[in-house]
Design a protein around this ligand. Structure first.
Ligand code: F0G
Length: 458
């Protein structure tokens, strides 16, 4: 008999989570102005809001924290982290930051000026926010298939090289500080980018004399997909694949809260010394001295260890296998989602489920609220609320897809939890025809409104 799949770790510490009643949840979500970000976490049974900073650290990471060196400058922990980054990415230079968006802030302060253009594959919202805040433009060149949730293709996060070249031809290179390649492509569904595509993007970058930045939050998951899906990589280790991926980049921004399995932390890494030096001033101003920038010594130690664990094949197989397991359950119930299952999350196709809710009433948000009321499961909207308003016209932007992201924290939940999530979603799915009304905005901020928006029933 073939041995079944099993987790590559065992559990040493647990945290109690509490179930609630439907009546309680109806009251709580109303008090939260129908914004899932406004809920107390104690009111959530299974929390799939994000996989960012929500992972479970290992015994080795907690042990490393005890050995953190809290020296202001030149701490041992900094050098531990430097070595770990070098091993996994090949980059010689880096600046620690408190999280991913801080890394973006430091790098973009140095390289972006008003009117610049940054082509990429579905820039993440904080990345786009940092670009637009500097009055520059993010141009999305993701392949068209990414918008068809039924298209079962292995590298749905890729950049369309023709679209990219059009942008590179249209603007002088002085106006393009870099191309932003997000691995994996979060917004398109945690979908990977192939090595072939990375090479293609890199060749165009060189041809047109522009730099290439990797937004690397989920780089290890991307490497896992290359190993398991792309010809020629089956026999390479994850670290070898990561090194090859990064060999094509000039710099990387990292939210360590994802694939490095820490609760807080990030960094920018650089190929050349000059780029590193140019960013130091901003790191000192916004984050801290260049050998700790926003992180304590113990946190740098945990991160150094987390980078090793996050690039372990057995761990990645367990992690991505769990996301695929949830996908299979949804298949059994006929629930549509962005196919194939992503690395860190399932992106449920809300538009195909709540066909009676008008797009102006926030379809994916409505599905998210229904799932919470049904089972205390908290997902996050990736739809019109997140897409925000056009910065010039201030009109609402309605993206092609309305998705409810169910992000799976690393090493936190079991497959019984996955069964529970799927059952709760099935119950909503079964009564989908009766859901005809969504929500309208009561109050919003001018940028990144989805975090704090207040809604009313339509
Ligand atoms: N880039 C990507 C691709 C991300 O997914 C995120 C964060 C960031 C950058 C910013 O990093 O949060 O450490 O400042 N994504 C989280 C999410 C918040 O839920 O997907 P950060």
């Amino acid at each position: 008999m073939e041995l079944p799949f099993a987790e590559s770790y065992k559990i040493k510490m647990v945290e109690t989570i509490r179930k609630s009643t439907r009546e309680e949840r109806e009251k709580w979500i109303k008090e939260a102005h129908y914004n899932l970000f406004n809920l107390k976490s104690d009111y959530v049974f299974i929390d799939l809001l994000t996989d960012s900073g929500t992972g479970a650290m290992s015994d080795k990471q907690w042990g490393a924290m005890m050995e953190g060196d809290e020296s202001y400058a030149g701490a041992r922990s900094y050098y531990n982290l430097k070595n770990s980054i070098k091993d996994v990415t090949g980059f010689d230079y880096f600046l620690p930051t408190h999280q991913g968006r801080a890394a973006e802030n430091v790098l973009f302060s140095s390289i972006i000026k008003e009117g610049d253009v940054l082509p990429g594959n579905s820039h993440f919202d904080t990345t786009k926010g940092h670009i637009e805040f500097r009055k520059a433009h993010a141009v999305d060149c993701t392949i068209a298939e990414a918008k068809d949730t039924t298209a079962e293709i292995p590298f749905k996060g890729n950049i369309d090289l023709t679209l990219l070249e059009d942008v590179l031809k249209k603007y002088p290179k002085e106006k393009i500080p870099c191309i932003v390649l997000t691995v994996t492509n979060n917004t398109a569904g945690g979908q990977p980018v192939s090595m072939e595509n990375i090479k293609g993007v890199s060749a165009l970058a060189k041809q047109y004399g522009v730099k290439l930045l990797f937004d690397s939050a989920r780089f290890a998951e991307n490497a896992y997909f290359i190993k398991t899906r792309e010809k020629g990589y089956q026999d390479k280790s994850i670290v070898e694949i990561c090194n090859e991926m990064f060999s094509h980049a000039d710099f990387m921004t990292m939210s360590s809260k994802k694939d490095a399995i820490v609760n807080m932390g990030g960094f920018v890494a650089f190929r050349n010394e000059k780029d590193w030096e140019a960013c130091q001033m901003y790191n000192i101003m916004f984050e801290g001295f260049i050998t700790y920038g926003g992180m304590s010594g113990r946190d740098m130690n945990a991160l150094a260890q987390g980078l090793k664990e996050g690039t372990d094949f057995n761990y990645l197989e367990t992690r991505i296998g769990q996301v695929a397991y949830l996908g299979k359950k949804l298949d059994e119930y006929g629930i549509p989602y962005q196919r194939p299952a992503g690395g860190h999350a399932i992106f449920v196709d809300a538009k195909k489920i709540l066909t009676n809710v008008p797009k102006e009433q926030f379809v994916a948000q409505t599905l998210g609220i229904e799932l919470y009321i049904e089972g205390g499961v908290r997902g996050v909207e990736i739809g019109a609320l997140l897409a925000d308003r056009d910065p010039d016209t201030r009109e609402n932007r309605y993206p092609a897809l309305e998705l409810l992201r169910l992000a799976i924290p690393r090493r936190v939940y079991t497959n019984n939890h996955m069964d529970y999530i799927a059952a709760a979603l099935k119950n909503v799915y079964d009564r989908r025809e009766s859901i005809t009304k969504g929500y309208v905005i009561k109050k919003e901020l001018p940028i990144m409104r989805h975090f704090t928006v207040e809604l009313d029933k339509a």
